[in-house]
Design a protein around this ligand. Structure first.
Ligand code: ACO
Length: 423
C-alpha cells in the first residue's frame, strides 16, 4: 500500500493524495487544495516546524540520539565540548579537530570589562540570575555588531565560539553578583567544566581545584541538556533567527523561553515538592493527593516521552556518584520512594508518566551547592550548543521567516464609536 494520505474537500469533491515522507505530510500540498483553510494546532503539538538532522527522539521507546549517537554512549565517553562540536558540525571531531576547537573556546571565555563592571553593576542587588543572563546575552550583540553578518561563514563561526565560551562566564558572573562575591576571571589552564566551577566557587585560593567527580558530573549534565530538538526555547531560537536577527539576540530570546517555569524551572519545582513532602512516610498520601487532582508530580511526565526519559536514568546514576563526594542529599530517599510508589500506581502507569530529566538533576545541583535560582542558568549554558546548531541548520536550509496563521474569532467589522457614545 502506498505511504500516503488522501484529502477530500467534501464541499467540492476534489481530492489530493499526499505522500507520507519521513513520518510527515507536506502542508504545502494541503494548501494547494484548500487555500485559506488552516490547520488549527495551538502549542504546535502535531506540527513538524522543520526538517532537522540534529536530534532524534522516540518518546514511546525512550530513545534520544544526537546526530545518531545514543545519549547513553555520549554521556559515558564524551565531553560537553565534543558534543557541542557534534551538534554543530554533524560529526564527532577527529583528534586534529578537537584540539583547536577546545583551544578556541578556551580563548574566548573572557567578557568585555564593561559587561562585567558597568552592565552587571546596573542590576538591582537581588536580581534573578536567569533574568541577568538573558539580558547579558542580548547585550553581547552590541559588543559584537559584526554578528549581524550571519551569512559570513567566518563571522558566524566566531559568534558561535563566543557564545559557547562566554555562557559559563556570564552565568558565574550573574551568580557572583547576586550573592555579593567578586567576579572570578576565567582560568585557561582548566577544562570547560572545571573553569565554570572555578568561576562559581573560587574564593581566595591561588587556583581552584574542582573535585574530578563533580567536574565530570557537570560535564555529563551539560551533555544531557545540550539539545532536545524542537522544544520551546529551540523553537524560539529558530523563529527569532528566521527574521535574520543576530545570534546573540536570538539566543537571548531562547533563554527567555527557558526561564519559564514550564520549561527550565521544573527541577526547582521538584525540590520544592520533595521539601514539602518532608518524610518518606508522607509519600503515599502525597501521591494520593496528586491523583485526586491537587497539583502534579513535578519531574514526572513529558510531552514527548511516554516512557522513562533516558536522561533521567543517567542523571540518577550521576546523583549517586556526586553524593559519594558531597554526602547524600536527604531528599534523595523521598525521591526514590516517590518514584517507586508512582511507577507501581495505575494512575501513572496508564498515563505513561515516568520520571523526566528534572526529577533528579535538582538534587545533584543542590548537593553541589548551587542555589535554586541558578538552576535554569545551568540549563542555558549547555543548551546554547543546541540552539546554535538549530540556528545554523535553519539558516542553511534557507527557511522562510516564521509566520503562522490564525483562526480569527473576534468581532466582525463595526464602525468607530465616539467616546461619549460608548456604553
Ligand atoms: N503529575 C500528575 N499527573 C500528570 C502529570 C504529573 N506530573 N503530568 C501529566 N499528568 C496527567 C494529566 O493530569 C493528564 O491526566 P488526564 O488525562 O486525566 O487529564 C494526563 O496526565 C496528560 O497530561 P497532559 O498535561 O496532557 O500532558 P502534556 O504532555 O501536555 O504535559 C508536562 C507534559 C507539562 C511535562 C506534564 O507532564 C507536567 O506538567 N509535568 C510536571 C512538570 C515537569 O516535570 N516538567 C518538566 C518537563 S521536562 C523539561 O522541560 C526539561
Amino acid at each position: 500500500m502506498a505511504e500516503s494520505v488522501t484529502i477530500t474537500d467534501n464541499r467540492t469533491g476534489q481530492s489530493i493524495e499526499v505522500p507520507i515522507v519521513e513520518g510527515g505530510v507536506s502542508a504545502s500540498e494541503w494548501s494547494k487544495l484548500l487555500p485559506g483553510i488552516w490547520f488549527y494546532d495551538p502549542g504546535f503539538s502535531t506540527t513538524a516546524e522543520c526538517e532537522s538532522a540534529i536530534t532524534y527522539i522516540d518518546g514511546d521507546a525512550g530513545i534520544l540520539r544526537y546526530r545518531g549517537y545514543p545519549i547513553e554512549q555520549l554521556a559515558e565517553h564524551s565531553t560537553y565540548l565534543e558534543v557541542a562540536y557534534l551538534l554543530l558540525y554533524g560529526e564527532l571531531p577527529t583528534a586534529a579537530q578537537l584540539g583547536p576547537w577546545v583551544d578556541e573556546i578556551t580563548r574566548h571565555t573572557y567578557i568585555h570589562e564593561n559587561m562585567r563592571k558597568r552592565f552587571l553593576d546596573g542590576f538591582h542587588y537581588d536580581a534573578h540570575p536567569m533574568g541577568m543572563l538573558v539580558s547579558e546575552v542580548a547585550a553581547l550583540s552590541t559588543f559584537y555588531p559584526e554578528a549581524k553578518e550571519i551569512f559570513d561563514a567566518d563571522l558566524r563561526h566566531k559568534q558561535i565560539v563566543r557564545l559557547i565560551a562566554k555562557m559559563p562566564t556570564l552565568a558565574a558572573a550573574a551568580h557572583r553578583f547576586s550573592v555579593g562575591m567578586p567576579f572570578v576571571y576565567p582560568d585557561n589552564s582548566l577544562t570547560f567544566p572545571e573553569n565554570f566551577l572555578s568561576m562559581m566557587w573560587k574564593v581566595a585560593e591561588p587556583s581552584f581545584e574542582a573535585h574530578p567527580v563533580l567536574a565530570r558530573a557537570i560535564d555529563v549534565l551539560f551533555i544531557l541538556h545540550a539539545d532536545h530538538e524542537q522544544n520551546c526555547s529551540t523553537t524560539t531560537m529558530r523563529v527569532v533567527g528566521s527574521a535574520h536577527a543576530d545570534p546573540y539576540s536570538a539566543c537571548a530570546a531562547a533563554a527567555a523561553a527557558l526561564y519559564g517555569p514550564r520549561h527550565g524551572g521544573a527541577n526547582e519545582a521538584v525540590l520544592n515538592m520533595l521539601t514539602s513532602i518532608g518524610t518518606i512516610d508522607a509519600v503515599p498520601d502525597f501521591v494520593k493527593s496528586v491523583k485526586e487532582g491537587h497539583g502534579r508530580l513535578q519531574g514526572f511526565g513529558h510531552r514527548v516521552y511516554k516512557n522513562y526519559d533516558p536522561r533521567a536514568k543517567i542523571v540518577r546514576d550521576v546523583a549517586y556518584q556526586v553524593f559519594e563526594v558531597t554526602g547524600k542529599n536527604p531528599l534523595l530517599d523521598i525521591a526514590l520512594k516517590l518514584e517507586e510508589v508512582a511507577l507501581a500506581d495505575e494512575y501513572f502507569v496508564s498515563r505513561k508518566l515516568y520520571p523526566n530529566v528534572d526529577f533528579y538533576s535538582g538534587l545533584i545541583y543542590q548537593a553541589m551547592g548551587f542555589p535554586v535560582a541558578i538552576f535554569p542558568v545551568l540549563f542555558a549554558i549547555p543548551r546554547t550548543a543546541g540552539w546554535l546548531a538549530h540556528w545554523v541548520e535553519m539558516l542553511d536550509n534557507k527557511t522562510k521567516i516564521a509566520r503562522p496563521r490564525q483562526l480569527y474569532s473576534g468581532s466582525a467589522e463595526r464602525p468607530y464609536v465616539a467616546i461619549g457614545e460608548r456604553g
